[in-house]
Design a protein around this ligand. Structure first.
Ligand code: NAP
Length: 301
């Protein structure tokens, strides 16, 4: 039976560590980190994500603001608002909750955010830095996965990591992060996607399997080898008449059967999900520290 990788517990530990650091810096400088979340329209899932992010900021002593905008806002007006926050020293991190309404180019908006405030790590400058192994803001979900592997002392060096999914927010960045010649990485990485003719051929060889597909219970026990480490990124809603909400959340991995052959596995919920917010807070704290160093010459150890 696999050991459960408890993302909820680890994310709480990270938040506690950050809270202490924030207090320490506040005592020295009188300043605290700030995050602005820009929410366009009234998509319920986006509203929920933004309010959990903002709540998490407040819990650890960060300033947070939610800028709520109408779904009719023009691309030009949104660009102007992002630019306003680019120049506002109270906010060290800017996050634009995706998806945006169809008439706005997400890429244009992402590219408007200053790379030094891009705490989601989606700006092409930060993506480029990630690929070449420079210091950067790592996208929060992949960053959370790397942190989980580290905190559970799961060796990645020389291991075969198979990533199923090649999105810009999960698949590509996690593959690139684990490929780096660095501690906590240095893996042999394969990326699979929907054009794979025989997916099992790849997944069966994985020492570490990362599923970021968006299809419920897709990875089954016959697709993995004994002892594999399984990271399930999927968040899928399935109907559940027994639940109050009428649905429940499941991952991309058929947990009940895969946990019997895996050595480690992340549950859904409670695995990768909570780590995403924790790493967003970490990125905002890092952006804050960098701005203190740059603007005030503070050196924080
Ligand atoms: P996405 O953009 O929809 O990408 C899905 C990927 O899966 C694509 O690359 C797709 O291939 C691949 N795929 C689909 N069917 C496949 C198949 N039959 N065989 C092999 N590959 C297949 O999804 P995403 O944004 O990366 O998200 C993936 C999942 O993670 C979703 O459930 C999402 O909700 C969840 N998620 C969770 C968090 C978190 O905080 N825990 C954060 C982000 C996302 P093609 O490229 O060929 O289409």
């Amino acid at each position: 039976m696999a050991i459960l990788i408890d993302g909820k517990k680890i994310s709480e530990e990270i938040k506690k560590e950050l809270k202490l650091k924030i207090q320490e810096v506040k005592d020295k400088t009188g300043k605290v980190p700030g995050l602005v979340a820009i929410l366009v329209g009234d998509n319920p899932a986006s509203q929920l994500y933004v309010s959990s992010k903002s709540k998490a900021c407040n819990e650890i002593g960060m300033n947070s603001k939610v800028e709520k905008l109408s779904s009719n806002i023009s691309e030009e007006d949104l660009i102007n608002i992002v630019n306003q926050y680019n120049h506002d020293d109270n906010y060290h991190g800017i996050l634009v909750q995706l998806p945006l309404p169809g008439h706005i180019s997400e890429q244009k908006i992402i590219e408007t955010i200053l790379p030094s405030k891009d705490v989601d790590g989606f700006h092409p400058v930060n993506v480029g830095n990630l690929v070449i192994g420079n210091d950067t803001f790592y996208p929060c979900t992949p960053y959370g996965i790397v942190e989980l592997l580290k905190r559970y002392s799961i060796e990645t060096k020389g291991k075969h990591v198979v990533v199923v999914g090649r999105s810009n927010i999960v698949g590509k960045p996690i593959a690139n992060m684990l490929l780096q010649k660095k501690d906590g990485a240095n893996a042999i990485v394969t990326i699979c996607h929907s054009a794979a003719k025989d997916l099992n051929r790849y997944t069966k060889d994985a020492d570490i399997l990362i599923a970021a597909i968006g299809k419920e219970n897709f990875i089954t026990s016959d697709m993995v080898k004994e002892g594999v480490v399984v990271i399930d990124v999927g968040i899928n809603r399935i109907e559940d008449k027994n639940s109050k909400k009428g649905y429940r959340i499941v991952g991309d991995v058929k947990f009940d059967e895969v946990e019997k052959v895996a050595s480690y596995i992340t549950p859904v919920p409670g695995g990768v999900g909570p780590m995403t917010i924790a790493m967003l807070l970490k990125n905002t704290f890092l952006a804050f520290i960098k701005s203190l160093e740059k603007n005030y010459g503070y050196i924080i150890n």
